[in-house]
Ligand binder design. Sequence first.
Ligand SMILES: NC(=O)c1ccc[n+]([C@@H]2O[C@H](COP(=O)([O-])OP(=O)(O)OC[C@H]3O[C@@H](n4cnc5c(N)ncnc54)[C@H](O)[C@@H]3O)[C@@H](O)[C@H]2O)c1
Ligand SMILES: C[C@@H](O)[C@H](N)C(=O)O
Length: 332
Amino acid sequence: MDFPFNVSLYFISLFFFIITGGLGQLGVGLTKLLREQFGKNNVILSDIRKPPNHVYHNGPFIFSDILDFKNLEEIVVNNNISWLVHYSAVLSAVGESNVTLAKEVNITGLHNILDIATKHALRVFVPSTIGAFGPSSPRDPAPELCVQRPRTIYGVAKVHAELMGEYYHHRYGLDFRCLRYPGIISADSQPGGGTTDYAVQIFHAAVKSGCFECYLRRDTRLPMMYIDDCLRATLEILEAPAETLPSRTYNISAMSFTPHDLTQEIQKVLPDFQVTYNVDPVRQAIADSWPMALEDSAARRDWGWKHEYDLSELVQAMLTHVTTGNQLVQAN
Ligand SMILES: NC(=O)c1ccc[n+]([C@@H]2O[C@H](COP(=O)([O-])OP(=O)(O)OC[C@H]3O[C@@H](n4cnc5c(N)ncnc54)[C@H](O)[C@@H]3O)[C@@H](O)[C@H]2O)c1
Ligand SMILES: C[C@@H](O)[C@H](N)C(=O)O
């Protein structure tokens, strides 16, 4: 039978997305990717902050505080939302300096998201993190299933999110999907107060001043990923047919490195670049409790996950973006 239009596109366009906490390091990039795939007006970016002009003019933006249940529910209903990507969070370092806020946003906020998603039959994506592991988890690598006793409020809330999402999936049939992201490295968006932020800041310092003071010890090895890989993985798990997902929470991995490894790789391009170390005991203790690598064979097997950026490609991409971005700023 012939159809007068492309049936797969027709079905795809039935998805309407909202991204919570979308003005952070990851949300604007994911919004761009989703809009390319599902249409500009079918993806609403939301946050509690005012967006910069280029974001405001690029597609639908709305104020949404995840702690305001009624307001969020109204947005979901009025916009016929079918997919909720939950990016709002208080990250690891900021969480330790404001535990009350982290509990509210990362635990109470998550409850609101899961209840609204269940009530209105939404699909929901909630990212987890390497921070969901703790000092008693296997560290090199951390498998999908193992002891998870994190020592940060951020990590405790993420384990709670994984378990609650999976519980709602089994109990109420909620289509819950979750990836444990490594530390994410991006050029044109700034990190929001985590332990892995140094791996973004170092590139800006290398290009701007040629020197950087690192708050982690030179031998602190952590799993990391370039933002393009992270966002593509996210799109891939959103698009994966439900029957291909025997798990609802997957590790994804790309590379692991120390500040010293990263410095040496940057020095291949900028030989005069210098790094000094001034260890912050809070962030060092967090990093020491996290895995050095993630084991991600289930994602590779179940939905074909494959990273594209290793350390050398990451450094080339970041230096190119940061340098070009700086030149654009100077030219304007
Ligand atoms: N960036 C990483 O390296 C990384 C790694 C692992 C997991 N993750 C997870 O990915 C998600 C996105 O991370 P990110 O780096 O973009 O975070 P971010 O800290 O940069 O941004 C979080 C956003 O949440 C918003 N927010 C805070 N309170 C809110 C509230 N009450 N209502 C609505 N929005 C609120 C903030 O305004 C901010 O824009 C988070 O869940 C984070 O835990 C990030
Ligand atoms: C790793 C991740 O969850 C975040 N970048 C943090 O350091 O808190």
